[in-house]
Design a protein around this ligand. Structure first.
Ligand code: COA
Length: 387
């Protein structure tokens, strides 16, 4: 099937605990995206903008999209805030692709942002909790680490080698993050250190969790027809899928399968008209190490329970058969909530254009990104190629 849209520029701040405010983060990522356009771009060509953000801590929770227009120098251009918790970025990308497909705009700016580290810890817990099920999970005191801890317990009980695989996901993603100058954690960890780390929600320890992060990322999305005005190597979006599920995990048929991801993946592969064997690498939503194992299974790259063996056999390492999270993933690169889905597409943009520096994969021609909201309530899947 044909290309649906193309990424022609991308920008990204460092992720981490940054002494920079939200507006400056947006501005930095957007400016870099404009500068990255090979053949140049006039900002006046942008017809629409989307800002993905949860508004963590209460920062500009209403009308935040006007900040994108201001900081990008696009006053007058229609902008909309997109919010689907941790899947806000992927959802904004999907919305942007559909905007250019509709003919409403030929060039769309997408930015993702979160500023989390300046919020005091009790408020931080509140703001992390707002994306979980409010009636049951939060009132029972369940945090996201708690929910994913329950999911991991079930997975490890069903597949005993899962416990070693969780450690291996942490080691691999920290190893990848060590090669990413924009990652929050640029240090390797050993299996022993992962095992000895403080427990957060058993079986998940400190190194099984994504951190709390500040950061922003931005993309310029052009219609497939106009992409070559901006670059000779556009990164095309060929497939898109999205899904939702019950907010509370107790309503779902199975703790260790995310239906939202399964539906999104089926739609994305169907719309791209490609087969899983044609995908060179994956950017998946590893907010906790268990989430990477579930993603491999829900996306259809491993049978149920098979992701553990695949991981332990090294297949998902940078030099493996199917590299997963070459940028360090949420685990090591960081997880500024609204920025994450946009950041995943940024990594795909670099990798498919051979511009990923020390972490460059060899021969990557097609990629998939996968962004999840909360504990699987919403998900998006995007399939890309380079042309
Ligand atoms: N991975 C590795 N190291 C981490 C880390 C993580 N996720 N989080 C913190 N650290 C490190 C810090 O760098 C610091 O190291 P230092 O002592 O060498 O400076 C140390 O651990 C303590 O950091 P601190 O910020 O005090 O940790 P914390 O105990 O307050 O928070 C978590 C740790 C895991 C509870 C917190 O990162 C967290 O809540 N993560 C999950 C966020 C989340 O739920 N996001 C939404 C997902 S759906």
């Amino acid at each position: 099937m044909g290309h649906r849209a193309a990424i022609v520029g991308a920008g990204h701040t460092r992720f981490g605990a940054l002494d920079v405010g939200p507006r400056a983060l947006v501005r930095e990522a957007v400016d870099e995206a404009f500068r990255s356009v090979d053949l140049g771009v006039d900002r006046a060509a942008v017809g629409e903008g989307f800002l993905a953000t949860l508004g963590f801590g209460g920062w500009q929770i209403g009308n935040a999209s006007a900040v994108l227009a201001e900081e990008a120098g696009l006053a007058g251009v229609p902008t909309t805030r997109v919010e689907n918790a941790c899947a806000s970025g992927g959802t904004a990308l999907r919305t942007a692709v559909r905007a250019v497909e509709s003919g409403g705009a030929d060039l769309v700016l997408v930015a993702g942002l979160e500023k989390m580290t300046d919020v005091p810890s009790a408020r931080r817990r509140y703001w992390l909790g707002v994306s979980g099920d409010t009636e049951w999970e939060r009132s029972a005191g369940l945090t996201f680490a708690g929910v994913y801890g329950l999911i991991a317990s079930r997975y490890v009980a069903d597949h005993p080698e899962g416990r070693d695989a969780l450690e291996e996901v942490a080691v691999k993603n920290h190893e990848n993050g060590a090669l990413n100058p924009k990652a929050q954690f640029q240090k390797r960890v050993t299996r022993e250190a992962v095992r000895a780390a403080p427990r957060v929600a058993d079986p998940l320890g400190l190194y099984d969790c994504c951190p709390v992060s500040d950061g922003a990322a931005a993309l310029l999305i052009a219609s497939a027809d106009t992409a070559r005005r901006y670059t000779d190597t556009p990164v095309f979006v060929d497939g898109l899928g999205a899904g939702s599920d019950f907010l509370a995990v107790q309503e779902r048929a199975d703790l260790t399968r995310f239906g939202a991801t399964r539906w999104a993946a089926d739609e994305a592969f169907h719309s791209a008209g490609v087969d899983r064997s044609e995908i060179s690498f994956l950017e998946v939503h590893d907010c906790f190490t268990i989430a990477e194992l579930l993603a491999l299974e829900d996306l259809g790259f491993a049978a149920d329970g098979g992701a553990a063996r695949m991981t332990l056999d090294g297949e998902t390492r940078r030099d493996g058969r199917l590299p997963v999270n070459p940028d360090g993933g949420l685990k090591a690169k960081g997880h500024p909530i609204g920025a994450t889905g946009v950041s995943q597409a940024y990594e795909v943009f670099l990798q498919l254009r051979g511009a990923a520096g020390a972490r460059q994969l060899s021969g990557a021609s097609r990629a998939l990104s996968h962004n999840v909201g909360g504990a699987g309530a919403t998900a998006t899947v995007t399939i890309y190629s380079v042309g």
